[in-house]
Design a protein around this ligand. Structure first.
Ligand code: REL
Length: 858
C-alpha cells in the first residue's frame, strides 16, 4: 500500500486513505505531513478527562516516547484552544472532539463501531475552525486507542523492548506523520498473552532486587510491554506469589493499563494457589473439603472486580493430577458449583463472565472420555509442554460459543527435563503449530508460558504478532519477519545478519534443550560432535564480528538478544564435546586425556563468566536473570547448584601414543554426468541422506499442495501439505506425493528412516498421523507417526520431546543397483517431514542423522 498524497485527499476530502503500514512516519517534513515534533513546534496531545484511565495513562507514554526520540516534550492538554497542530487521542464515544469529527463526517469510524481493540490513525485538515490540522488516534475501545498510541511509538522508533532489552531509541530532531489514514484492522485472536512461570530463581530474584517483588511497579513494566506488543492478557507469576493478595495495587495497575488478568490453568476462580497454602485451607480436595474451597473461590471472585478470564475446573494440589479415582462427574460438579459462585458474585448469569477450562495433561483425558464443558466456557487446548499441540477440534466440529484457545510453552518445569535457561524455540515450529491451531478455528485465547520473560524476547514478539493476524504471516515470510524484527532493534544495516544469528541459534538450541545435552548427545566416532561444535563456534565468530560493527549504543541490547545465547551455547557444546573426548582418550590411555579434562574445567568456568557478563550489563540492570542452573542435571528436576561434568585424568605412567588410523577411501555411487536437479547418491558410510525439501518432483493433486517450511527442523527445512485441514488420502496413483531420485551401488535390503517434527495425534484417532512410503514400484507402506502415544507425558513421548524428532523406520528391498525412486506419500494432514535416511547396513546412527548426500554438480 502506498500512502496517497494530499492531492487525492482533495478529491476525497472526507476520509483520507490507507497509508503505508510500515512507514507512515518520516523524520523530515514531506508535503503537508503532520508535524508531531520539530525544532520550532511541538504538537499538543489532546485527551479527554472523560476517557478511560488506561487511555489517559498511555498518552503519557506517547509524550515520553516523543521525548525519547527528540529530547523534547509535547504538551498534554484536556481542553482545545487555538492550535496549529494537535494530536487527538481517544476512545470512540469517550472523547468529545473525536465524536464531533465523526458527526461532521470528517472521520469515518464505520470500521471501528462495535469492534474489538481496533484503531484508526488519521490526519485531518482544518478539523476545527481554530485548528489547522489534527492527527487523530481513535480506538473502538480502550485497548484499541492504546494500540494506536503504541503503533505510533513503534513507528517513531521506540521498540517495545526499549526497557526490557535496552534497545536504544534512535534520535531525530523532527517527527512527521504522512497525510492519510492507517489501521491494522481488528486482532484475529481475541485474547493474546503470556504466562510468567517457573520464575525462580531468575525473574523472582531480579524483581525483588529491582522492585521489591512481583508488585505493581514490576507489573507496570510488564503491562506496558504487553500493550506495546499489542497483547491484552496475562497469567501472573504464581510460584509462591499471589497477584491479588501480594500487593493491593496490582489489580488497580491492571486496570490502569487495561490488561486482562487470568490465574493459571490450575488456579480456579481468580485465586493463586499459594493463597490456599497461606490461608491453611486444609486438603485441596473437593470431595472432602467443598465448603472451604467454595468459600476460598467466592473470595477470589469478589476481589477480582477487574477485566478477567476466570479459570474453572480443578487439578490436584500443586498442579498435580487429581486422584486416579476422580470421576468425570466430580469435575463436572465442581465446575457447576464454581459457575454458581460466579453468577452469585457477579449478579449475572455465569455465561456473561469470560471463563476458560484448560484441558491440561490428565484433564484432556477426562474430556476425551466424555466430560461435558458448558458451551460458553472457552476450551483451552494445550501443547505437551514442549511446543507440540495435543488436541485440535476436528475441521467439522460443531462451533462452540466459548470457542477454543491454546496454552503453549516456551519454557517448562517437568519431564523429560526442565527447560528454563535460554530460548530454544525456533520460529518455524511455533509458526507451524500455531498455524494448525488457527486453521482449526482456535482463536479465542492464545497464551504462552514464557518463563522469566527474558530471554524469550524474540519468540514472544513473534507469538503475539502472529496472534494479531495469523493470515498475514506465512511460513516463507519468517525470514522477512526476523529481518524486520532485527532492524527494529538494531537498525537496517545488519538486520539480515542478525536475523540469521537469531534463527540459527534457536535452531541449534531446538535440536536438544541445553539442559538435556551431555557428552553422549552427538556421535563422536562419526565426527558429528565435531561438526556441531564447529558450527556453533562459527556462529559465534559471526556474532562477534557483527558486534564489532555495531555502535556502542547497541551493545547491551545485542548481548542480551543475540550474543549471549550464542556465546553460552557454543561454550556449553564445546564443554560436553571435550567431556566425550576425555572419555575416549581415557579409555584408550591417550596422552591427550588430561588436556581434554583441563579444557572441560576451563569451559565450565567460562560458563559462569558468561553469566556474569550478562548480570553486569548496564550497571547490573539484569542481575540474576541468567542465574538458572543448567549444568549438572541428573533427572528432570534442576540441580540446586551447577556441577561440572565428571572427567578423568591419567598419570604419566599409563599413557600411550594415539595412533591415527588412515581413512580408507569411501565408495560412492556414480550419477550419470548429464543428470541435473536434485539427485542423491549412496555413500558407503552415510547411506543415502536426503533433506526433505530437495525432492526431485512434487505431485500436487486433489487440491493439496506440498510446501516447504523454510528452516524448519533440526538440520534443514521441512515439508508438509496444505491445507492442513485436508482429508485423509489414499497413497496410490496420482495422489499427493513427493519423489526423490537416488543412485545406489547396493541392492537388496535397505531401511528408510524418516525424520518428522514431533507432532502429536491431535485428533486422537486410532492411527494418529500417518504417511506412506515406497521405492520404485513397491506397494506403499502406510506408517503411523504417533499412535503409540496415548498420554503425551510418558513412555515414547519422552524420547520424541527430548530429541525433538520422531524417527520412523521402514524396510524395503531394492531391485538392482543404480537409479531408484523413493515415493513419500501424504496420508493425513499435519505431518512435517524433515529428512529421509537410507541405511544399507553400514551407517552409524548420528543424533541428527547423516549429512546429506546430494549430488551438487548441477
Ligand atoms: O507449565 C505448566 O503449565 C505447569 O507446570 C505450571 O502451570 C505449574 O503451575 C507450575 O508452574 C507450578 O505449579
Amino acid at each position: 500500500m502506498k500512502h496517497i498524497f494530499s492531492v487525492f485527499l482533495l478529491l476525497f476530502p472526507l476520509f483520507g486513505f490507507c497509508i503505508n503500514p510500515d512507514t507512515y512516519v518520516t523524520f523530515q517534513s514531506k508535503g503537508k505531513s503532520f508535524c508531531v515534533a520539530s525544532k520550532s513546534k511541538m504538537a499538543s496531545i489532546l485527551v479527554s478527562k472523560e476517557d478511560e484511565q488506561a487511555v489517559i495513562r498511555a498518552t503519557n507514554d506517547l509524550q515520553m516516547d516523543v521525548e525519547r526520540v527528540t529530547g523534547r516534550k509535547n504538551n498534554i492538554i484536556n481542553e482545545l484552544s487555538k492550535h496549529d497542530e494537535v494530536i487527538i487521542v481517544g476512545t470512540l464515544g469517550k472523547n468529545q472532539w473525536i465524536d464531533a469529527l465523526v458527526t461532521q463526517k470528517k472521520i469515518d469510524v464505520k470500521s471501528l463501531q462495535g469492534k474489538w481493540e481496533t484503531f484508526v490513525i488519521q490526519t485531518i485538515e482544518n478539523p476545527f475552525p481554530h485548528v489547522k490540522k489534527a492527527l487523530v488516534i481513535v480506538g473502538s475501545d480502550r485497548r484499541g486507542a492504546i494500540y494506536g498510541i503504541y503503533d505510533l511509538s513503534k513507528q517513531i522508533g521506540v521498540s517495545p523492548w526499549y526497557f526490557w532489552a535496552d534497545v536504544p531509541v534512535p534520535k531525530h530532531d523532527e517527527i512527521y506523520v504522512l497525510n492519510g489514514r492507517y489501521s491494522e484492522g481488528s486482532p484475529k485472536v481475541k485474547y493474546r498473552g503470556i504466562f510468567i512461570n517457573d520464575e525462580a530463581p531468575a525473574l523472582s530474584s531480579w524483581s525483588k532486587e529491582k522492585f521489591g517483588g512481583f508488585n505493581h511497579k514490576f507489573y507496570g513494566k510488564v503491562f506496558e510491554l504487553l500493550l506495546r506488543l499489542k497483547a491484552n492478557y496475562i497469567w501472573p507469576a504464581m510460584w509462591g506469589s499471589a497477584f491479588y493478595a501480594d500487593d493491593a495495587e496490582n489489580i488497580k495497575t491492571a486496570d490502569e493499563y487495561g490488561i486482562v488478568i487470568g490465574t493459571s490453568h490450575h488456579e480456579p476462580l481468580m485465586r493463586a494457589h499459594d493463597e490456599w497454602r497461606r490461608e491453611k485451607g486444609g486438603v485441596w480436595n473437593y470431595e472432602s473439603n467443598p465448603t472451604k474451597l467454595q468459600a476460598f473461590w467466592r473470595e477470589g471472585m469478589k476481589r477480582a472486580t477487574n477485566e478477567k478470564i476466570v479459570s474453572v475446573g480443578m487439578r490436584g494440589d500443586g498442579d498435580e493430577p487429581m486422584s486416579r479415582e476422580t470421576a468425570t462427574a466430580l469435575l463436572e460438579k465442581i465446575v457447576k458449583d464454581q459457575r454458581n459462585i460466579i453468577s452469585e458474585v457477579t449478579g449475572k448469569p455465569a455465561s456473561e463472565t469470560p471463563q476458560l477450562w484448560a484441558l491440561y495433561k490428565e484433564v484432556q483425558d477426562y474430556y476425551d472420555k466424555g466430560m461435558t464443558v458448558p458451551d460458553d466456557v472457552t476450551l483451552l487446548l494445550c501443547d505437551d509442554n514442549w511446543g507440540n499441540l495435543r488436541k485440535l477440534p476436528k475441521p467439522d466440529a460443531k462451533p462452540r460459543k466459548g470457542g477454543y484457545g491454546i496454552y503453549y510453552h516456551f519454557d517448562y518445569v517437568g519431564g523429560p527435563r526442565n527447560y528454563k535457561w535460554l530460548n530454544t524455540n525456533p520460529l518455524p515450529r511455533i509458526w507451524e503449530q500455531m498455524h494448525l491451531a488457527w486453521e482449526h478455528h482456535v482463536k479465542d485465547i492464545w497464551i504462552v508460558n514464557v518463563g522469566d520473560i527474558k530471554p524469550m524476547e524474540f519468540p514472544i514478539s513473534f507469538f503475539l504478532d502472529y496472534a494479531w493476524n495469523p493470515e498475514k504471516i506465512q511460513a516463507n515470510d519468517l525470514q522477512q519477519y526476523s529481518e524486520q524484527w532485527a532492524s527494529k532493534q538494531f537498525g537496517d544495516k545488519y538486520a539480515k545478519e542478525i536475523a540469521f544469528l537469531l534463527n540459527q541459534y534457536s535452531k541449534f538450541n531446538g535440536r536438544r534443550k541445553p539442559e538435556l545435552l551431555d557428552a553422549n548427545t552427538y556421535n563422536l566416532k562419526t565426527g558429528e560432535w565435531k561438526t556441531v561444535v564447529t558450527d556453533y563456534n562459527n556462529l559465534l565468530q559471526k556474532a562477534d564480528s557483527i558486534k564489532k560493527y555495531l555502535s556502542p549504543t547497541y551493545q547491551d541490547a545485542y548481548f542480551q538478544l543475540v550474543l549471549h545465547p550464542i556465546k553460552a551455547c557454543a561454550n556449553l557444546n564445546e564443554m560436553y564435546y571435550n567431556v566425550a573426548l576425555n572419555k575416549e582418550a581415557f579409555e584408550n590411555k591417550w596422552k591427550e586425556t588430561n588436556t581434554y579434562a583441563h579444557k572441560v574445567k576451563q569451559l565450565y568456568d567460562n560458563d559462569s563468566l558468561i553469566t556474569k557478563e550478562y548480570h553486569q550489563l548496564n550497571n547490573g540492570k539484569w542481575n540474576h536473570l541468567m542465574s538458572q542452573t543448567h549444568i549438572g542435571y541428573t533427572y528432570w528436576q534442576q540441580p540446586e547448584k551447577q556441577k561440572m561434568p565428571a572427567v578423568k585424568y591419567l598419570s604419566e605412567a599409563t599413557i600411550v601414543e594415539k595412533k591415527e588410523i588412515a581413512n580408507q577411501p569411501l565408495k560412492k555411487a556414480t550419477i550419470p554426468t548429464h543428470k541435473k536437479g536434485n539427485v542423491f547418491y549412496q555413500d558407503e558410510q552415510k547411506g543415502v541422506s536426503i533433506e526433505a525439501k530437495h525432492f526431485t518432483k512434487a505431485i500436487n493433486t486433489n487440491g493439496i499442495v506440498w510446501k516447504i517450511l523454510p528452516d524448519h527442523g533440526r538440520t534443514g527445512s521441512a515439508i508438509t501439505t496444505f491445507p492442513v485441514t485436508a482429508k485423509e488420502q489414499k497413497p496410490e496413483g496420482n495422489a499427493p506425493h513427493l519423489e526423490y531420485e537416488i543412485y545406489t551401488f547396493s541392492e537388496g535390503d535397505v531401511t528408510i528412516q524418516a525424520y518428522f517434527s514431533p507432532s502429536l495425534n491431535f485428533y486422537g484417532t486410532e492411527n494418529g498421523l500417518q504417511y506412506a512410503i515406497s521405492i520404485d514400484d513397491e506397494q506403499p507402506q502406510i506408517i503411523s507417526l504417533n499412535k503409540e502415544d496415548k498420554t503425551s507425558d510418558k513412555g515414547i513421548w519422552n524420547k520424541w520431546a527430548a530429541e525433538n524428532i520422531i524417527i520412523k523406520t521402514s524396510k524395503h528391498s531394492l531391485v538392482g543397483k543404480g537409479k531408484h525412486k523413493i515415493k513419500y506419500w501424504m496420508v493425513t494432514s499435519g505431518v512435517v517431514l524433515q529428512k529421509l535416511d537410507l541405511n544399507f547396513g553400514k551407517t552409524e546412527q548420528n543424533y541428527l542423522g547423516s549429512a546429506e548426500t546430494l549430488n551438487t554438480s548441477k
